[in-house]
Design a protein around this ligand. Structure first.
Ligand code: PLP
Length: 336
């Protein structure tokens, strides 16, 4: 058995390293929205029957994403892990480019399937695209917050597709800013868009995501993933969340103002950060010291390290008491 990759939300690791009871920790190590969609009651039949009829979920998804070229998957991660195997039908050893600091499952999945993965900073993608068969970008990127113009992405798609290549756009954190999505172009050759209900809807535990791409690609992916990808109860919750416009508008507002507050708090304490609607990220030289100082105060942040450079991601606190606790801890950590 191989070890799982590190992810946020691993409070067991925090406890092991720093002690404290689980309940004592304030977990800000994930990018999942701290408010989750209130799941409706699940009727008994949804537990009992095989979840073959996905029509209600698909209707909701088509309306929400504005696309009918969709495949439901058990979280974006199911697609991330299956795509490299599907790609082998065209390229036994595809040349893949992905940013060195990005959601780590992408590079791992393509390497595991025997493809050749090169870490290329997003700023250097334009020069590298013509030497690649597959380019992967997270939009916005987790954790660095880079967010490219859709026109730039679509230009890369065209260059890759002209040689039978793929552009994979992971839009797991796109829901708060849908106007920057490229999902409407998912009918174009070579474009594969990944979506997740884990982050914006706070439904990481339901394991629901979607892939938008051309029908042939979706068919091959479906074949690879097999039947009944999504449980019946997960489908019910996801369909309700995707149709609930008023809840989505309120969530967008909550996330946006929470993220602005988090960035202002950090900047006010002299800590430079970039931010998305879900988290703030810093590569300040004191990132390692800050991670440790917060951990001593039972606040779990997500630490990243690439080529010796440590950086730190902080998710959003859920309520005023958590804000006060974070503010106090950041102040103590940064200014004694
Ligand atoms: C950029 C990115 N894509 C995809 C995922 C996985 O999403 P899901 O929970 O839908 O599998 C994550 C999870 O952290 C992520 O950060």
């Amino acid at each position: 058995m191989t070890a799982a990759l590190p992810h946020g939300g691993d409070l067991a690791a925090a406890q092991l390293q720093w002690g404290q009871a689980r309940e004592a920790w304030l977990d800000l190590s994930t990018g999942v929205a701290p408010w989750s969609y209130p799941a409706p009651a699940i009727e008994a039949a949804a537990w009992h029957r095989l979840p073959s009829d996905v029509s209600a979920l698909m209707q909701a998804a088509e309306r929400y994403y504005g696309s009918s070229r969709l495949l439901p998957v058990a979280g974006a991660i199911a697609a991330i892990r299956a795509l490299p195997r599907v790609c082998q039908r065209w390229h036994r050893r595809a040349r893949v480019i992905v940013a060195p600091l990005s959601f780590n499952e992408h590079a791992a999945a393509w390497s595991r399937a025997g493809h050749s993965v090169r870490a290329v900073p997003v700023a250097a993608f334009d020069a590298a695209v013509d030497e690649a068969d597959v380019a992967i970008v997270c939009q916005p990127n987790n954790p660095t917050c880079e967010d490219l113009a859709p026109t730039q992405l679509l230009a890369w798609r065209e260059r890759l597709a002209a040689r039978g290549g793929w552009l994979v756009v992971d839009e797991a954190f796109r829901d708060g800013t849908p106007e920057r999505s490229v999902i409407a172009a998912a009918g174009e050759p070579g474009l594969i868009v990944l979506r997740s209900l884990g982050k914006f809807f706070g439904l990481a535990g339901a394991r629901v995501g979607f892939v938008a791409a051309r029908p042939l690609l979706l068919d091959l992916l479906h074949e690879e993933l097999g039947p009944w990808c999504l449980s019946g109860p997960a489908q019910v919750v996801a369909a309700a969340a995707l149709l609930d416009g008023p809840w989505q508008a309120a969530q967008q507002q909550r996330l946006r103002s929470g993220a602005a507050r988090l960035a202002a708090l950090c900047h006010g304490l002299g800590l430079p950060v970039a931010h998305t609607d879900y988290f703030a990220w810093t590569e300040a030289p004191r990132a390692q010291a800050l991670h440790e100082a917060l951990a001593r105060q039972a606040i779990w942040s997500r630490r990243f390290e690439v080529a010796g450079q440590v950086s730190l991601r902080l998710g959003l606190p859920a309520g005023e008491d958590q804000w006060q606790r974070l503010q106090q801890a950041l102040h103590t950590s940064l200014h004694g």
